[in-house]
Design a protein around this ligand. Structure first.
Ligand code: BES
Ligand code: MN
Ligand code: ZN
Length: 498
């Protein structure tokens, strides 16, 4: 979708559809609606009245303009109460409006800049994100594709002085949303296509296009590095493991070195502790953390942030076979910690243990953030709309949570209680990889904490949020791109950008 900023009054805008907002509980129409009424002999308010349109969030109504204004149709979208309209409200309103415009077969859509309580940049960013995320579709493997696609969104605003800020917001929103959609595509692709080797190739494409540094370690090299925990998970699969390390180095002096780690299990069958059929159906999404990392790195070159950013993915497939890791096996992670395998299905933390140990030892970052579809327990605790956040450093966690809030991605703290560490005790090794059922998200987090050492670290459990079984305001069933926009927002703040 092409995005542009147009300095003009909304009623002068051209296009198949003109989108205007409407607040709930307000008697007086917005200036745009009043202008439309004047041009259309009161038709706008008459239609809304006849339809009992109340401006409830995301309600949409439309009518023809019969050549009285340049736009062929007007589409009115409810914004809810004026005082409540935040960036997320603008995203959702734009998403609803563009989906309706798409249904109507519109190719060119003009939309007035919505959300006047926000800065022009934030308003435009939210509209770009809502438009792109809200009309996302994954149809690559379907013979019949819907040919209804909105080609262009023109954001219309009469105030010329803020046009450059609007333009900036649109570009940022476009980059953020494209990164999330890239992650969605990777998650939606099946596990017979997206193997560890495929992720390594995708990283290769991203590195080539963006002139980033890339190192991919194969099984033998990981062996040499001492990544016994990671390789134990990979050993049951026919698909060779790939340990991926991407580096973005800024042109300017770097303010900080950040490592972002993504869980990259391309399919989680559970290993010898095999999952049930029901538990396995969706397990192609167990690489959503890795998909987020790749989406983020694809966008870094165009953002040009003054940060040194490392992306680390220990990609593997967790399968049962004659060569698979057994319950009771003992493995040694790169930092020397030995681990008894209590359950082969708790494989994510094993791969992340080596990814964390590698980041600490080789990258030596100022901070580490990991994104992982780690535990079903987190889904039980927070459901499918909220990710769990754990940390060894509160100030870092506060910054991540603030970024999530601004990105409109729901995240909530879970406590890493020191008292629960004993639940991971092993009789024969330094740690067991599983604890009891209760507090499963926390023991997983406590396990990871052992490998972050003294580096400030935040763990985001996206098990519930990475994939949706029903359509959401900002996207259809399938991969969601969870974590991508939060991390890009976070990196912007870290870089000192507003
Ligand atoms: N990938 C799963 C976690 C998961 C479950 C994500 C459901 C999304 C939806 C992870 O590898 C796993 O199997 N975790 C087990 C750990 C248990 C064996 C301690 C779990 O959460 O059941
Ligand atoms: Mn598992
Ligand atoms: Zn898993």
């Amino acid at each position: 979708m092409k995005l542009s900023a147009v300095a003009a009054p909304a009623i002068k805008a051209e296009g198949d559809v003109l989108v205007v907002g409407h607040y709930a509980e307000e008697r007086r129409p917005t200036p745009t609606l009043a202008a439309l009424d004047k041009a259309l002999d009161g038709m706008a308010t008459a239609v809304l009245k006849a339809e009992r349109f109340e401006g409830k969030p995301n309600h949409v109504s439309h009518f023809y303009t019969a050549g009285r204004i340049p736009a062929k149709r007007v589409l009115v979208v409810g914004l809810g109460k004026r005082a409540d309209l935040d960036m997320e409200g603008v995203r959702r309103a734009t998403a609803s409006a563009l989906r309706r415009a798409r249904e109507l077969g519109a190719k060119i859509v003009s939309a007035e800049l919505m959300g006047e309580r926000l800065t022009p940049r934030a308003r435009a960013q939210a509209m770009a994100e809502g438009a792109i995320l809200g009309t996302y579709a994954f149809e690559r493997h379907k013979k019949e594709k819907s040919n209804r696609i909105v080609d262009e969104l023109r954001v219309v605003d009469a105030d010329r002085r803020r046009r450059s800020q609007v333009q900036e917001g649109l570009s940022r929103g476009e980059v953020f949303a494209a990164a999330a959609c890239y992650a969605r595509d990777l998650v939606n692709e099946p596990a017979n296509l997206v193997t560890p080797g495929y992720l390594a190739k995708a990283a290769g494409d991203i590195a080539r296009e963006g002139k980033l540094k890339l190192t991919v370690y194969d099984r033998a090299e990981c062996q040499k590095l001492g990544m016994g925990a990671y390789l134990g998970v990979a050993q049951g699969s026919q698909e060779p493991p790939k340990f991926i390390h991407l580096t973005y180095t800024p042109r300017q002096r770097s303010r900080k070195r950040v490592a972002i780690i993504g869980k990259g299990i391309t399919f989680d069958a559970g290993g010898l502790d095999l999952k049930t059929a029901e538990g396995m159906v969706r397990m192609k999404d167990d690489m959503s953390g890795a998909a987020a990392v790749l989406g983020i790195f694809r966008s870094l070159p165009s953002l040009g942030l003054p940060l040194e950013i490392h992306g680390v993915i220990a990609a593997a497939e967790n399968m049962p076979s004659g060569s698979a890791q057994r319950p009771g096996d003992i493995v040694r992670a790169m930092n020397g910690t030995t681990i008894e395998i209590g359950n082969t299905d708790a494989e994510g933390r094993l791969t992340l243990a080596d990814a964390l140990a590698y980041a600490v030892k080789v990258v030596k970052p100022d901070e580490i953030i990991d994104l992982a579809t780690l535990t079903h327990a987190c889904v039980i605790a927070l459901g499918n709309l909220c990710s769990g956040v754990m940390w060894n450093n509160k100030p870092l966690a506060d910054r991540i949570l603030a970024a999530a809030e601004s990105a409109g991605e729901k995240m909530w703290p879970l406590p890493l209680l020191e008292e629960y560490k004993e639940l991971l005790k092993s009789d024969v090794a330094d740690l067991n990889n599983v604890g009891p059922r209760g507090g499963g998200a926390l023991t997983a987090g406590l396990f990871l904490k052992e490998f972050a050492g003294a580096v400030p670290w935040v763990h985001i459990d996206i098990a519930g949020t990475a994939f949706t079984e029903k359509d959401l305001p900002l996207g259809p069933k399938g991969g969601t791109g969870a974590g991508v926009r939060t991390m890009l927002t976070y990196l912007h703040t870290l870089a000192g950008r507003k």
